[in-house]
Design a binder for this molecule. Structure first.
Ligand SMILES: Nc1ncnc2c1ncn2[C@@H]1O[C@H](COP(=O)(O)OP(=O)(O)OP(=O)(O)O)[C@@H](O)[C@H]1O
Ligand SMILES: O=C(O)C1=C[C@@H](O)[C@@H](O)[C@H](O)C1
Ligand SMILES: [Mg+2]
Length: 165
């Protein structure tokens, strides 16, 4: 979900694991030459989702990377299939109030540019939770831990999971 820490934890996790890091939103911005907010303004959410799926299909083929998706990538069936088949998917869990605290001053999330972003976050989280749970191989609570501790713990859980499978 937006604000769960995919970009922040993902980048640090990649370092810890000695893997490359790709952030899908940032890769899309680099490819299009404009921020995500501008893609939403010009093409709407539907246009953004099409571009997101095309790039996810391409980038999820890369071996030995940590890939941070955008929070809404799970909405598209095709995306969930790419993620589930091509990698180990981690669902970074956080409560709606915590997500709001992290994002309250952020203007980079077009879906939260509403009169009541707190309610919008809670609504999106409720709609998406079943999809996050469906696609994930592992769920990880980000609630109280500082980022570096979260990364150490998550790296250990991933290692245990990958050894088991
Ligand atoms: N575990 C954490 N504890 C506290 N703050 C965090 C944590 N993870 C991320 N943050 C903060 O929350 C904000 C959003 O984090 P981040 O950009 O990594 O979220 P994201 O999951 O990538 O969101 P999006 O789906 O919109 O790309 C940042 O300011 C980041 O520093
Ligand atoms: O949760 C979402 O739908 C989004 C999250 C961001 O990562 C961006 O991909 C975009 O702002 C949409
Ligand atoms: Mg991100």
């Amino acid at each position: 979900m937006m604000g769960a820490g995919k970009t922040t934890i993902g980048r640090s996790l990649a370092k810890e694991l000695g893997r490359g890091f790709i952030d899908l939103d940032q890769a899309l911005e680099a490819r299009c030459g404009v921020p995500v907010t501008v893609i939403f303004d010009i093409e709407g959410e539907a246009g953004f989702r099409k571009r997101e799926t095309q790039l996810l299909e391409e980038l999820s083929r890369q071996p030995r990377i940590v890939l941070a998706t955008g929070g809404g990538a799970v909405l598209v069936d095709e995306n969930r299939a790419y993620l589930k088949e091509r990698g180990t998917v981690v669902y970074l869990r956080a409560e709606a109030d915590e997500l709001y605290r992290r994002l309250a001053r952020d203007r980079q999330r077009p879906l939260l540019q509403t009169a009541d972003p707190r309610a919008r976050l809670a609504e999106l989280l409720a709609l998406r939770t079943p999809l996050y749970e469906e696609v994930a191989h592992l769920a990880f609570d980000t609630g109280t831990l500082p980022v570096l501790q979260a990364v150490t713990r998550l790296a250990a859980q991933l290692k245990a999971y990958e050894e088991k499978t």
